[in-house]
Structure formats: structure tokens, C-alpha cells
Write a protein that binds this ligand. Sequence first.
Ligand code: MSP
Length: 663
Amino acid sequence: MPKTFYLTTPIYYVNDLPHIGHIYTTVVADTIARAKRLRGFDVRFLTGTDEHGQKIDRAAKQQGITPKELADRVVGRYPPLWKAFDITNDDFIRTTEPRHHAGVHAMIARLEARGDIYKGSYGGWYCAGCEAFFPETQLVEGACPDQGHPVEWLEEESYFFRLSAYQQPLLDHYREHPEFIRPATRYNEVVRFVEMGLKDLSISRASLSWGIPWPGDAGHVVYVWLDALTNYVSALGFGSSDQALYDRWWPADLHLVGKDILRFHAVYWPAFLMSAGLPLPKQVFGHGWWLRDDRKMSKSLGNVVRPDELLARFGPDPLRYFLLREMTFGQDASFSDEGFLARYNADLANGLGNTASRVLAMARRYFDGKTPHERCTDNALLEKSREVTARYLESMDVYEFQRALEAVWELLAAVDGYVNEKAPWSLAKAEGNASPSLHRVLHNCLESLRLVAVMVSPVMPGVAARLLAQLGVVAPSLDEGALAWGGLPLDAPLGGEGALFPRVDVEAYFAEAKVETNDRPDTQKITIPAETPAAPAAATAPAAPAPESAPPVAEQVGIEDFARVKLVVGTVKLAERVPKSNKLVRMEVDLGEPQLRQIVAGIGKRYQPEELVGRQIVVVSNLKPATLMGVESRGMVLAATLPDGAPVLLAPGSEVPDGSGVK
Ligand code: MSP
């Protein structure tokens, strides 16, 4: 019976389109799933969407559609996205599915049977962003302590869960299972949090209707975190008449989550499970955050990364590689197109790509397009590869992807050094193409490349398959046996040619890029269009249901909403292009304030900086600052948009004093 491994990603909120944060966790999960399969595990990999709660309800209202319509629109984006990233999930759960409702009701029945649910009333500060209550003492400057979101006072009747009763059992569990929370720093944070004391948890909402109805009380819906966390078992049929999947896969081996939602997974979830008398997951890993230019990404800052352009241009593998190589798993890291391109050229085009094409070109030339016919079992590369594969496996087992990849790249460097030292071209010249030494030398290089391909396969599955085909390995097996020296077939035809990673001219890339990812701030209220992008029909199994389409409804605003936007006339005093951008112009504008305002605008294709200086423009002066290509913009210029998308700046009909308001 093969060993089993059940791993999960968080289920993603549907108030927003998928972005780099969602992609990251899912790519990490996919890499782990593939690496476990390589190690002989039978793997189950679950992801999905979290569709209830106040956050979704509000986002839908803002767009004039129902929460279910919003959810359907956003969920429709996931199957093509996961297909584009080569994600091999076995299931996709939506919290609006009947199987999930059944699971949540079954969970509540167990908590109730244990006597851990009672009715009371709640008054507290609620953060809709985090979908959590916070005690007044924890608020920071009147906002939620986790994310700085606004909070609102909520007072209502509620069902409670006796979380306080689980303080000691949780602490005991952490002590007995130090591997339950990873990384270790986060383990300490959670233990400290629980040691400070746990209050009973409100687990229903009376003032909200968008949720799973509370069993037997139509006046309440289930609190969205109790609802969402239960997905990990409802997707296995918990609460249904068929428990086969549940029996086979639960408890989960790994819940992968971002650090912001660790507490829900490491405190609330195990407490619910203890109360329900169900086994606890074996590990919860809280990973770090991707920052943009060292700042937190958020819709309001307009700096959320959706790497569509990079994906379209490079395919999934370089991005997957970047995400795993750049971030020390568990810590924060900064995402930038420049950082991606630097790593692409250095590690992929130069490192892996060049070494592979150098060695393959020699085999093509000397052995008539075939692999060598001699094998060598005693050489420096074999030694190195043994050490590297051991380090690679050890690092992958503890999710140190960065270290694992560093080890692989050491083997690549060793191949390069070996080629230089053995100089196969001199051997060929001196001894001819049939030389056994020449065959052995190139065998060692090609065999090392085969090992590299197997090791990178969990991270870059497409590239690994191409490289293996180029090496003449047909129907490669990606199991542990494939990591033993000697798997390269002898005298076998090499597969198709072609650079794995064509080098990128970074300057030309930025000059040509149609969309500079940081050049297009999201609107604060992102509108999710009804139509989904053209996508391949086959989705990762099983596909999420297709979205229903409904025409977007233009939202109406009251005069008081309009009055919140401060429009001001100002004169451009300085204008220059933002380096590496063909669109962005940095301006310093006199808005009648003591200091000039720095504003960055995407108008450089239509306007030369010189023609802007001295012009009066209209500016949204109270927009939250955003960083565009590393330059902070403290306002937004108003422009009309021509049919081809070109901007035409707005200006007062005649000159007015700088700082004049516009309404
Ligand atoms: N719906 C909840 C999870 C419920 S799980 C039972 C949720 N959803 S989310 O869509 O807001 O976030 C999903 C995941 O994305 C979280 O793990 C979060 O940490 C992660 N990320 C969101 N932004 C991120 C980055 N900028 N970087 C890395 N991951 C981040 O929370």
C-alpha cells in the first residue's frame, strides 16, 4: 500500500480576481505534490474557493450583482489559470456546493453534541477584510491589528463556540507535536497567542444572509471561518453517506497557508476538530508574503501583481521557478519584473539552458545525434551528483525549495567545470569520435543533466519533460529510482533541439512590453467582468462549474460619494520619463500647496515631457499613494480616453489659480 499525502491550499476569497498571492500558494502546493509523487507517495491535492461572508456580500453589492453571481464570475477564472500554471490538483471545492453545506452541518452537529455551542449575544469590533472580531484593546489606531483594515462595531445575537475550553488541550498538542506549526518562529507566535488566553468564539452571524444557514435557526448564518475551514473535510465527503475519501485521506498531512491566516488554522481549526472528536492535521505551514517593491500589496495601493504578461511571454515554468527560488520559504520576498528577468537570464538562460545546449550540441556533433554508448560509474560528476541528490531530497522534504534548487545548480556548475577540464573537443580531435573516453566524459555530463531534469521536474514540469526528451529519455519515470546514477539510455537518439530558455534583452523587454505590470494601478473597487477570458476547455479535474453571465450594472453613486473625491487644478513644473518605461511620466505639480506634488501618469506615449511643463491639469489629490515602477505617485491626473486607449489630458477652459477645486 503506497504512503498517502493529503495537502491543501487555503480556499481563495472571490471578492477579487486571482493574483500572485493565490498563485504562489498553489504553485508551492503543486511542487510539493509532484515532489511527493516522485518519492512514491499517493497524493491528494485540494484547492478551491471561499465564497460566503460579509466581504463577498459587500463586493457584490458594490458591483450591483448577487454574491453568487460574483462568485461564479471569479471562480470561472481559476480552472484556466491553474491549467496555465500546470497545477495538478485532484479536487476543487466551492463553499457554495451542497457537499460542503452537508459537511458544515455535520461539523456543527458534532460541536453541539459535545456541548461546545451556546447562544449568547455579541458586541465587538468586526473587520470585514479579515472576517474576524477583535477586542478593543487589540485595535491599532482604531483599525484591525492584522491588516490595518477598518473595523465596525457589531452587536447581535450569536451562537458561540467554547474556544476557551481548548486553551490547555491546544497548548498540550503544540508541546507534544512541535512539528504541527512551521516555520518554528510562527510556532512560537501561536503558542504565545494561545498562552495569553482564548475567549469563546462567535460562530454565527444574524445580520448577514450570505452564508450557510445555521441548522435549525434561519435567523443566523454560519461564521465564514467555521464554514471555510470545514472545506478540508467536506471535500472528502465528511457529512455525506460516502466516507471512503475521508477514511483514506484524513487527517491532512499539510495545510499550506499564508502567515496572515495561520491563527485560524493553528488555533480555531484544531479546536473545532478536537471538539468534533476528529484527528488533527499533521502540519500547518505559514508562508511569507510577496511584497511589491518592498511594500505590502493591496488593492488600495494599486500594486497587486497579476503576472499575466510574464506568463504569456515565458510560460509557467520560469515563473514557478522564480517563486520557489526567490523566496526563502516562510519569509517575505519582493516581487519585481526586474528581479524575475535577472533570475531568468542568470539561472535559466545562462545556467540550465546554456549548460544543456553546450553538452547536447557536442553529443549531436560527435555521436551523430545519439547518446554515448559507454557508461561510466566512477567519476567526479557521479560523486557530486550523489551528494547533490541527497541534499536536494532532504531540502525538499522540509520544504526548503531554495536550498534544494541551489543544490541542483551546483551540479550544473560542476558539469560546466567538468566540461572545461576534460575538453571533449580535444579528446575528439586526438582520439576520434569513437574514443571510449569521449563517450564516458559526455555520458557523465548528459547523465548529470538527466538528474537535473528529474530534480527540477516538481518545479518546472514542462521544461523537465523537454530536457528529458532532448536527452533521449523516452517515457521518463519520475520516481525516486530516476535519481539513481545510470538512467540515461545508451546509443539512443537525442530528441528535438531548441533552446530551453532563450535569453531576454531586458532593456528591449521593457521598451516593448505592452503592459508594464506595475504601470496599471487597479481601481480600488475592481469590477469583475461577466465574461471569462478565452480559455482552453479542459480544466484541472474536476472543473469548477462554468460561470453564469450577467451584464455588469453601472454603479450609481450619491453626491456625497462624489464629494469625497478631491479634484484640484495644478500646473506641471517638471516632467520627465520614468526610466525603463515607455509609458510613465513623473511630474512635479504645483497644487497651491507648500510643496510640489509628485505624480506619475501613464501618458508618455502621447505626450513628450517637455510639452507638459507649464500646462494646467486636473488632479485627484486625495487618492492613496501608489508606487509605479518604483516611483511613488501621490495623486492621479484626469484624462479622457480615445477609442484606441490614448489619453487626452483635461484642463480648465481658461487659466485658474493653482489649487482651485473642481466639482
Ligand atoms: N478565504 C481565506 C482562506 C480560508 S482557508 C480555509 C483567505 N483567502 S484569501 O484569498 O484572502 O487569501 C488566500 C491566501 O493567499 C492566503 O494564504 C494569503 O496569505 C495568500 N496571499 C494573499 N496575498 C499574498 C501575498 N502578497 N503573498 C503571498 N501570499 C499572499 O484568506
